[in-house]
Ligand binder design. Sequence first.
Ligand SMILES: Nc1ncnc2c1ncn2[C@@H]1O[C@H](COP(=O)(O)OP(=O)(O)O)[C@@H](O)[C@H]1O
Ligand SMILES: N[C@@H](CCC(=O)OP(=O)(O)O)C(=O)O
Length: 380
Amino acid sequence: MKNRRLSCLKSARRIVVKVGSNVLTRDNSLNLEVVYAISRQISHLIDSGLEVILVSSGAVAAGLKRMGLSRRPDALPMRQAVAAVGQARLIMAYERAFEEYDRKVAQILLTGDGLNQRKRYLNARHTLHSLLSCHIIPIINENDTVSVEEIKFGDNDNLSAIIALLVNADLLINLTDIDGLYDKDPRTATDARLIPFVDTIRRDIEQFASSIPGTLGTGGMLSKIRAARKVNTAGIPMIIAQGSQPDILLKLFAGEEYGTFFIPKSHKLTNRKCWIGFTAKPKGEVRIDDGAVRAILRKGKSILPIGITQVEGEFGVGAPVELKNGTGQVLGIGLVNYSATDIRRIMGVHTSDIRARLGENPYDEVIHRDNLTITAEEAG
Ligand SMILES: Nc1ncnc2c1ncn2[C@@H]1O[C@H](COP(=O)(O)OP(=O)(O)O)[C@@H](O)[C@H]1O
Ligand SMILES: N[C@@H](CCC(=O)OP(=O)(O)O)C(=O)O
């Protein structure tokens, strides 16, 4: 495991670094020392040949003091106003800090529905690639000012995972206010122990982590584990480490063992499969029987009408849908070749009977393997 970690770090060329609010904050306002320390380390990493994309939280935290507030407001419009004020301060701080190293930065604010659609997802990818090719450091945050619940990424742990998939990163580093994942919530358990390596993120690993964040964070350790599961499934490793540890990024790349290393699956998913599985928003669900579950998980097959037992929701041709087994466990996400109405008419029948039911037979598969991303653990 140590060798795997070292070889992932040594071979990494493009990395995403996420910094949490609690790392960037002191006494309820932006901690400029940390902003400078992180900017300096990222500049060194770029000097050594790496491409770095920064996902930075801290807009709300940076806006609080500026607006004379002592804690996050409960009302959403007020939080959005605080974020609008704070984002300006945050990016100004990075702009100044990176200037010390002759580096240019770019601000990118994203909303979840901006990346749900394949076309916009590809546009965002082109923009990021262009910035990297011009040696500019993209600094990404959720566009909190316009983000309401339905279109949110949820938190920046998730956003950083989506970005790592989007740019096909070699590594995602999540810098937080604790030195890694513990086997219990260290705030409540004095005997909690640090886990240096996580091989497979099973349910028990999720249970270690609390979803309750620190004072200024969102999502807690649980959202970091979910982010790790996403990127690991796509073949990208992730490290959780403490952002306040001096020179933490440089130490990690020097091979020093800090934090928790989440070991990825050995094969990388294509960018298209990453989008289908982890960014597209499902419009409905399709349940399949045990035979179809075996066919897709063990034999890499497509979904045929015969294995489908139930359809939920109304969706059209090409929509992303969740694929579930008989007990409702999500197995993956796929793009359908038929509308929900037509799937209801052909479910349970042989492929040869599709024409009799629909008057045409444009596809044998309801979800072709090429348009299906398996996210369930059993998929190996
Ligand atoms: N099993 C665990 N291991 C480590 N930290 C945990 C665990 N469960 C909960 N936490 C808490 O999660 C917090 C980090 O989450 P969060 O506040 O959302 O950070 P950030 O602002 O960096 O995103 C830590 O301060 C820690 O107390
Ligand atoms: N977009 C918000 C941060 C949201 C978030 O996920 O925060 P954190 O858990 O500290 O990474 C902000 O800039 O304040």
